[in-house]
Design a protein around this ligand. Sequence first.
Ligand code: PEP
Ligand code: MN
Length: 339
Amino acid sequence: MIIVMRHDATEAQVQNLVAHVHAHGFRAHLSGGDERTVIGVIGHDPYSLRDAVADAPGVAEVVRITKPFKLSNREFRSGDTHVRVGDHEVGGDHIWVVAGPCSVDDEEVFLETARLVKAAGAHALRGGVFKPRTSPYSFQGLRGDGVEILRRARQETGLPLVCEVLSAADIDALAEVADVLQIGARNMQNFSLLSEVGRLRKPVLLKRGMSATIEEWLLSAEYILSQGNYDVILCERGIRTFETYTRNTLDLNAVPLIRELSHLPVIVDPSHGTGRRSLVIPMALAGIAAGAHGLMIEVHSHPEAALSDGAQSLTPPAFKELVDRLAPLSAALRKGVAV
Ligand code: PEP
Ligand code: MN
């Protein structure tokens, strides 16, 4: 349930309601919208409070949110959430591009890739150091040594870092160097990990599980928001279907649907979404055309030597080609097409 305050409601009226909500054993979440204050009432059966608060001073209306996801629901915030990463507002008018190798596998190669993606126009750098691999015999990431390499790359390029956290035990080490913590597809329903990153005040990039419905994905975001961390960026990375020519099927329905259902920003990862280098650029452009706020692209300066996901990694020149094609596309999308 949300309590929508009147435009002229005073801070004291808001605080009175918050105290009332707490006194009845519910949690209150205030939305930061400019136009009006909204109090999200979270807990079991919050609608039982309706009659007691509907006529309280300063209240404009009480709205029952019938969908199971509440704080990520578009009704909770009038505008889009903007998540600040470095100089960029993810979820605003400008496309956010994260690029870099699947995993950090060699210091020189990582630094070379980092310089090249920066020169091509990336806003943030990615590179996993704890890798969730299907086989326990595959490369698992450089772990602690990798964290040091990330630190050097961040220092040298000045690019914010996006890095996957696999378990709660790694949060502290990674949070110190990463600007955004990524929760991967395989951990989308690791509820204790979601709650842990919800306690941080650091942006979280939440990938969609490969068999997760959109509602399950938003409920996972809800675990993070309900702990007080509202800086969540959703990432569509493809779902499992019967198709075998591609690694996954990039579900572009999800992009406009998320924008309809939620105020959270949503980006697209066509690298895991397709698994094939040749499909990455067209599907990246399609993702932006569908309304995504950004892209996550795997790029490796020597993809043939990559220890993970080389086949879906763009070379730096191909990445540059993609970035160069984004500006005219976004201009065309915003201005419409002349006929
Ligand atoms: C990754 O980003 O390298 C990754 C493992 O992605 P996903 O969790 O989407 O498979
Ligand atoms: Mn990968």
